[in-house]
Design a protein around this ligand. Sequence first.
Ligand code: GLU
Ligand code: ZN
Length: 491
Amino acid sequence: MANGSVRVRFCPSPTGNPHVGLVRTALFNWAYARHTGGTFVFRIEDTDAARDSEESYEQLLDSLRWLGFDWDEGPETGGPHEPYRQSQRTDLYADVARRLLEAGRAYHCYCSTAELDARRDAARAAGRPSGYDGHCRELTAERKSAYEAEGRTPIVRFRMPDAPITFTDLVRGEITYLPENVPDYGIVRANGAPLYTLVNPVDDALMEITHVLRGEDLLSSTPRQIALYDALTELGVAKGTPAFGHLPYVMGEGNKKLSKRDPESSLNLYRERGFLPEGLLNYLSLLGWSLSADRDIFTVEEMVAAFDVADVNPNPARFDLKKAEAINADHIRLLDVNEFAERCAPWLRAPFAPWAPEDFDPAKWDAIAPHAQTRLKVLSEITDNVDFLFLPEPVFDETSWTKAMKEGSDALLRTAREKLESADWTSAESLKEAVLAAGEAHGLKLGKAQAPVRVAVTGRTVGLPLFESLEILGREKALARIDAALARLTA
Ligand code: GLU
Ligand code: ZN
């Protein structure tokens, strides 16, 4: 390895929204670079003009920044191997493809799709390996001219060695592929466009990547890439073959592989729901790794200090939304309360907040924030939890209303109002005494007695601690809301 220093890369294709699998790959690479004092290279694999989009590219950069990743080389940062977008490196690939052809490590293949399909079906029927059969490996000059005279344009195909390929995966140990299972494969399309199969290893070679850490779905491309690396090393394009480590699959609902198309795999969803980046990263790091058997909650710095690819578990990891939320809730509690209040800001204004901006009261917000901090799983829950403070009237949730306003609720509310009227509104304890006393007068425990009061004042049966909420809302508004609920009840 050059200078013995680790160089890892994160090289997504800008297609669609970033998903959690991608983030886990970025995280493990980034953590490994930071742990080893190495270099984290960020490269954009945008060679598929039909699927890539500029919007997706912008989103990727924005997501990585939101998560707190920094890259030592890559878009906008620059570096010694610029450019870091494959769409701007086409000449490099054409040059390498030409040299592979010259050296006989690749060849032109003129087979049409129909011919390939027919031979594959025949091979299958005969129980032979069904990959590319080497048809064009040794074409004579005459055959080639004849094909060209027919108007065929060839693809470039890489010639695989006729020997097994063995490598030691950093996560899964030694793996061997037999030649019949890894046939010759295309590296340049008939129209001259280079494929992932070529550009990904070529760039890893040129960017002197030492460790390729990526998802298990790419494992089957590794023997091909190792063979290509040998050829690139022979040509002087590569300085050797990197080490490979394949991160375990992430399983979703029903023990099926979590797919990019599953809604719960979309990074934006977590961001919009108000996951903290540190909470999400903590959770994603547990998909194949752990800090220690008895600690689920840790900071990203703690992860970096401990992270080694050798400790990644090859078994499939299960994506568990409940656990992700529980971990996020813990990270919310770990914030300094001012920091918590600040991070909630986006959900305290339009389009999330239903109240008029001028009705937002910072003093009330400061007072309620510590009570909310210990109860949220995700930050977006803040809006519904505090809207009673900033809306002129509570929004009645009809299910809550029906549940709390039973026979006799009007009598209870009347007594509660009376007791509350003479309570000390600077003390949540005093407000609690008032509702407790009202309950006693009607033979109800505190829990039952406070439900109609809570719905009258906040609109819902569940929410932040009631007596603190009442104190912060204030006497006048709270009593007026009880009156309005009584009117609604008797109407
Ligand atoms: N652009 C490829 C992908 O997003 C990268 C694969 C790799 O890491 O080698 O799947
Ligand atoms: Zn062919």
